[in-house]
Design a protein around this ligand. Sequence first.
Ligand code: SF4
Length: 317
Amino acid sequence: MHTSTTAQASVPWEWEFDWHLTNRCDFFCEYCHPQIRYVLNRGRLDEPAPELVVQRFDELDRVCLVHMSGGEPFLFPAFVELCEGLTSRHFISINTNLASDDVAAFAARVPAERVTKIVAAIHQSERQMRGLSLGAYARNYAALRHGGFDVTALYVLYPPLLAGLADDLDRLRSLGVDHIRAKVFKGVYQGVRYPEGYTADQKMIVLANSGEYAFNRPYLDGMLSFRGQACTAGVTSFKVTVTGDVRRCASVPSGYGNLYDGTFRPRQGNEPCPAKRVLVLSQCLSYLVDPPVHPELGVEPNDLSSSHEGHSRKALS
Ligand code: SF4
């Protein structure tokens, strides 16, 4: 039985896909990965038709869990119809900024029992700049919670945001946002590489405000490479790029054909991980054959943030 980045050891799907489904985004976060912020968001805005994607997943003849991130998934043309189609046979999870006007329609039309997780990033600087209140965020959050969806707020611990973090989290809680996680920033700020670059004081703030996110401590402890260890990525779990190309995972670009044109074929048999540094720790801990134990992760952490890490494994966002 397959294990998952978002669920307990035994799950009702066989294959897992981390799908970067669109480059469109209505935010322009300073801390967005440069490849997404400066390159992807400005090109290839020609997504496939929802019907084609649903057909391709159905043709695999496996029940799949499809993690959707981008870009902003709700900006995929006809996103609600896409989700309706996928959830008729498969399961989905979504990483979103929760700023779309379509959230209520999604909550009304997509079956909550087929949505394993919604990670709703807050991106507070962008919200302030665009005049989007935390109250508006909380209303969309509540629409999902009332619809029975498993939704968690995600706050990115970008160094300049640390000073206002506690106040923002208090405000969210006062607005009824009851599941919150805050995760380390992975990238470069003012010439310093993170998460390694947090100062001792910043690490204390990070660890004191992580909420439900269990992976900050392992990241801060430098758990960033599993080179040489056997991993199921490429056999039962895959990364799908915005062009439909299928890769081993977020960190390893080995190719397995193209999902959209029907040439995708998985590898047979596990292989050692070749990555010097991993991008999405939660995926590794979910897909490694014999994952290392970290005391902070306890029984089953709950993460997937892929690009925006929202994965989880209860044995990852
Ligand atoms: S351990 Fe992580 S980086 Fe390595 S192949 Fe597996 S999922 Fe990819």
